[in-house]
Design a binder for this molecule. Structure first.
Ligand code: SF4
Length: 499
C-alpha cells in the first residue's frame, strides 16, 4: 500500500486519483495525519502533502518536511532535499490551487516512477470537455494545445486529439435541441454469458428468459411515463443498449421496437441505435425486425479478432461468427455499423492487435470504438488478475497507434473520447467514425449538453439544466426489483424531470 499523509482534509480525491494513475497496481490511501495510523508497504514510497496559505509543500515522508527557504519562495515550484514547494498562483482559488497541487505532485510522482502520463495531471473521465470549453470561449486550436500542455501537462498528441474531437463534436452538436430536446436510453440487461471484464448491469439470459415479458411490461410503463412528461419536447436520439438487446428473441425485439415507435415521434430523431453487441445473439430475423422499425445504427462488437482471447474473456462466440453477423447486417441493409474493440486484453501483444485490425479492415465498418481495458472491482477480471497476475495485460503507445492508424486508413476520424478509472496504460477510449456516421448519443453522454432519460434496470437518467447543472436519478439494478418497483422508478423520474 502507498500512503499519502495530509496536514488537512483538502483535495484527497484528486491526490488519490493522480497517485493511482502512477501506481495502477497498488492500493493507495490518502489520510489526514493524526486521524489514522496507516503504515505503508516498506518497499513502497510514502508521501506527504502539506497545505499553507500561500504554498504547498510535498515530498517523500522519509525526507523531513520543511518550510522552505526565501530563495525557494521566490520561485513558484522548486525542489530541495527531497521536498517540493509550490507557491500558489492564486491563494484562495480552489481551481487554481488544485492545478498547482497536481502539477507539484506530478513532478514528484514522475521522478519516483520515471514515468510520464499521456494525459498529464488529468484524471477525470471527460478531458475533451476542457478543449470544448476553450473552443466555446473563442480560443484557437493553438491556444487550446498550449493551455492543455501548460496547465495539465498533457502530451502534445493527446492535446491535439482533444482539440480535434472537440471541433468535431461542436459541429455535430450544433444540430441538437439542447434546451427543448432530449435523448432516450433503453436498457436490456441480459447477455448470453458474462464477459470477464464486465461491470455493466448484465445478467445471463438463460436465468431470466421466463421473465423477459414482465421486464418488457415494466419498460412499457416507463416509456408511457416519459411520453406523458416529455411529450412536448423533441426527441433527438434513441439508444437501446445493455447488456445485449439482441438477447431478446425476434418477437420480443419486435414488441419493444413497436412500443418505441408507437410511443415516441421519431420522425425528427437524428439517430436510432441498437447495440446488438454480441455476435452470438444476432440473427437474420432480428436484423430484419430492426431494419423494419427504422433502426439506423447497430453495433457488432468483437472486442478482439483473436479466438484464443475470446475464450479467455468468456465471450463464447467465434471470430467467424463476428464476421458472419457483420455480413448479415450489411446484407440486411445496415450502412452504419459500429464495432467495439478492447486493447490490453489478457495475453494480447502488439501483433495480436495488428491482426485484429487487419481482419477489421477487411470488414470495413463505419464506426470503430477502441477501448483500453479498464479493471473494475465488480468484474470477474479483478479475480482473474489475482490468480494470473497483471503482467499479461498491457496496452502501449504502439497498440494505441496501430488502432488509430487502422481507423484513419478506413476513412474514419476520432469523434468522441472518454477515460475510465484503472485503464490499461492510462490511455483512453476513442470512438472513430466515417463522416456523417458518428454516434450522436455517445457524444451527448460525454459532453452532457442535453437531458438523457433512461429506462430499464440499472439505467441512470441525467437532467441537464440551462446553467450546466446536472441532476441524476437511478433505477435499481436488480431485475426483479425493477419489475416489482416500477411505480417507484417512475416517481423518481417524475421528481427529476418535472418543469
Ligand atoms: S456483452 Fe457487454 S454487457 Fe454483456 S456481459 Fe459482455 S461486457 Fe457485459
Amino acid at each position: 500500500m502507498i500512503t499519502v499523509t495530509l496536514n488537512e482534509d483538502s483535495y484527497a480525491y484528486d491526490i488519490h486519483s493522480l497517485v493511482k494513475a502512477f501506481y495502477p497496481e497498488q492500493e493507495v490511501k490518502v489520510f489526514v495525519e493524526g486521524e489514522k495510523d496507516l503504515a505503508g508497504d516498506p518497499g513502497l514510497p510514502a508521501f506527504f502533502v502539506h497545505f499553507y496559505p500561500d504554498r504547498i509543500c510535498a515530498g517523500l515522508c522519509r525526507e523531513e518536511p520543511g518550510q522552505g527557504s526565501g530563495k525557494q519562495e521566490a520561485q513558484r515550484v522548486s525542489r530541495e532535499e527531497g521536498q517540493w514547494l509550490c507557491k500558489l498562483t492564486a491563494p484562495g482559488d480552489r481551481v487554481q490551487t488544485k492545478n498547482d497541487l497536481k502539477q507539484l505532485l506530478y513532478g514528484i510522482l514522475g521522478q519516483c516512477t520515471n514515468k510520464r502520463l499521456p494525459w498529464g495531471t488529468l484524471t477525470g473521465i471527460r478531458p475533451v470537455k476542457i478543449a470544448m470549453q476553450l473552443l466555446e470561449q473563442g480560443k484557437t486550436e493553438e491556444e487550446i494545445l498550449e493551455h492543455m500542455r501548460r496547465v495539465y501537462l498533457t502530451s502534445g498528441q493527446k492535446a491535439a486529439l482533444s482539440a480535434e474531437i472537440a471541433k468535431k463534436e461542436r459541429k455535430i452538436l450544433s444540430g441538437i435541441h439542447c434546451g427543448n430536446g432530449y435523448s432516450l436510453y433503453i436498457g436490456i440487461p441480459f447477455c448470453p454469458t458474462t464477459c470477464l471484464y464486465c461491470s455493466f448491469t448484465s445478467f445471463p439470459i438463460c436465468v431470466w428468459k421466463d421473465r423477459v415479458g414482465e421486464y418488457l411490461d415494466a419498460l412499457d410503463k416507463e416509456m408511457d411515463f416519459v411520453k406523458e412528461i416529455y411529450g412536448g419536447k423533441t426527441l433527438d436520439s434513441v439508444y437501446i443498449g445493455g447488456g445485449t438487446p439482441t438477447t431478446l428473441d425476434a418477437r420480443q425485439l419486435e414488441r419493444l421496437l413497436d412500443k418505441v415507435r408507437r410511443t415516441f415521434d421519431l420522425d425528427g430523431a437524428l439517430e436510432f441505435t441498437v447495440e446488438a453487441g454480441r455476435a452470438d445473439s444476432i440473427t437474420a430475423d432480428k436484423l430484419e425486425v430492426m431494419k423494419r422499425y427504422g433502426v439506423g445504427r447497430i453495433s457488432v462488437n468483437p472486442q478482439t479478432m483473436n479466438q484464443r482471447t475470446l475464450e479467455v474473456i468468456g465471450r463464447q462466440h467465434t471470430v467467424e461468427q463476428v464476421e458472419q453477423a457483420f455480413y448479415m447486417a450489411r446484407g440486411a441493409g445496415f450502412d452504419n455499423i459500429n464495432m467495439d474493440l478492447i486493447l490490453g486484453l489478457p495475453g494480447e501483444n502488439e501483433s495480436d492487435v495488428a491482426y485484429t485490425m487487419e481482419r477489421i479492415r477487411r470488414l470495413a465498418p463505419d464506426n470503430l470504438t477502441v477501448h483500453s481495458l479498464a479493471v473494475k472491482r465488480a468484474s470477474r477480471l479483478s479475480q482473474w488478475i489475482l490468480e494470473n497476475g497483471l503482467s499479461q495485460m498491457h496496452n502501449t503507445d504502439r497498440t494505441m497507434e496501430i488502432a488509430e492508424q487502422s481507423a484513419r486508413a478506413l476513412g474514419m476520424a476520432p469523434y468522441y473520447l472518454y477515460r475510465q478509472k484503472n485503464m490499461s496504460g492510462n490511455f483512453e477510449n476513442v470512438g472513430y467514425a466515417k463522416e456523417g456516421k458518428e454516434g450522436i448519443y455517445n457524444i451527448l453522454i460525454m459532453e452532457e449538453k442535453q437531458t438523457i432519460v433512461a429506462c430499464g434496470a440499472g439505467s441512470i437518467s441525467k437532467k441537464v439544466y440551462s446553467d450546466g447543472r446536472i441532476e441524476r436519478c437511478e433505477n435499481v439494478k436488480d431485475v426483479s426489483q425493477y419489475i416489482e418497483r416500477i411505480g417507484e422508478m417512475i416517481e423518481r423520474k417524475r421528481v427529476l424531470l418535472k418543469d
